[in-house]
Design a protein around this ligand. Structure first.
Ligand SMILES: Nc1ncnc2c1ncn2[C@@H]1O[C@H](COP(=O)(O)OP(=O)(O)O)[C@@H](O)[C@H]1O
Ligand SMILES: Cc1ncc(COP(=O)(O)OP(=O)(O)O)c(N)n1
Length: 277
């Protein structure tokens, strides 16, 4: 009997924590992969008890459990691009870095998740050095927000000149692109500006700031969209273009569910593409 013809489908892997509320973490990543037409896979690093009001509990997995998931994927499924999110501890970072190197996953987006919006830590403080030393050198792109960039670069960031200096310092740690997101600054400004540094030049991605409290999971969703596009062999600037459009639509049509910070709307981008809004 002949095998049925298989259509080529691009595959993306997220290595991240679970958000029981479904707005951030692996849930946001897999929804985003699906919406952008990419087959999604996941390796779980931690379980969080979380909702729109905050994080009620964090339960990390053993490093062996993460290694086993990555081996299952790496020996069979060959992701076209990979992203990391919540990694929690230096032990988990080491386990992930080892497998990313072993399987040659060079389309790697590192979202250096440190603290959830409500202030709950998602990365132990002593793990920051492991992130810098073992994971950033493997990254095609790293996507810090401003507080994360301050911690990675070791400097306080106030104006655009500081952002550029911090991006240079983080670039020197090894990633080919630094995408410094601007959602956390100038909250009175009508525009949000993300800064991208490729080691030679800066580019500035401006978009209108949406006035909303329903921004839970913006960083996860944005980095997942970037990963989905890279999985489809887009260049980093092309992937940023789509990821910005995806996150903007998701924030603009944010979901008023739960009684706190609602999640972004992962359907919004495709709804617009299909003319449903
Ligand atoms: N209120 C907003 N309006 C429009 N875009 C936003 C808004 N907040 C964040 N973004 C965009 O969402 C993406 C994630 O940014 P940010 O919120 O800074 O990340 P994180 O969730 O990691 O803190 C960036 O591209 C940023 O420009
Ligand atoms: C399990 C898990 N991973 C990551 C985050 C952080 O997500 P982010 O996109 O930065 O959104 P906020 O937490 O800031 O709303 C998370 N909360 N949970």
């Amino acid at each position: 009997m002949t095998e049925p013809t298989r259509n080529k489908i691009f595959k993306a892997l997220t290595i991240a924590g679970s958000d029981s509320g479904g707005g951030a973490g692996i849930q946001a990543d897999l929804k985003t992969f699906q919406e952008l037409g990419v087959y999604g896979m996941s390796a779980l690093t931690a379980v969080t008890a979380q909702n729109t009001l905050g994080v009620q509990g964090v339960y990390p997995l053993e490093a062996d459990a993460v290694t086993a998931q990555l081996d299952s994927i790496g020996t069979d499924l060959t992701p076209d691009a990979v992203k990391t999110g919540m990694l929690f501890s230096s032990g988990l970072i080491l386990a992930v870095a080892e497998k990313v190197s072993q399987y040659g996953w060079d389309h790697l987006v590192v979202d250096p998740v440190m603290v959830a919006k409500g202030g709950s830590p998602l990365l132990q403080q002593e793990a920051v050095q492991a992130l810098i030393r073992y994971l950033l050198p493997l990254a095609l792109a790293v996507t810090p927000n401003i507080p994360e960039a301050e911690i990675l670069s070791g400097m306080k960031i106030s104006g655009m000149a500081d952002r550029e200096t911090a991006a240079r310092l983080i670039h020197a740690m090894g990633p080919r692109y630094v995408v410094l997101k601007g959602g956390h600054v100038d909250e009175d400004s009508p525009m949000v500006t993300d800064l991208v540094f490729d080691g030679e030049k800066f580019t500035y991605w401006e978009s209108p700031r949406v006035a909303t409290q329903h921004t839970h999971g913006t960083g996860c969703t944005y980095s997942a969209a970037l990963t989905a596009e890279l999985a489809q062999h887009k260049t980093v600037p092309e992937a940023i273009q789509t990821a910005k459009a995806f996150i903007h639509a998701a924030i603009e049509d944010g979901l008023n569910i739960g009684s706190g910070h609602g999640p972004t709307n992962h359907f919004a981008y495709q709804n617009r593409m299909r003319g449903r809004r």
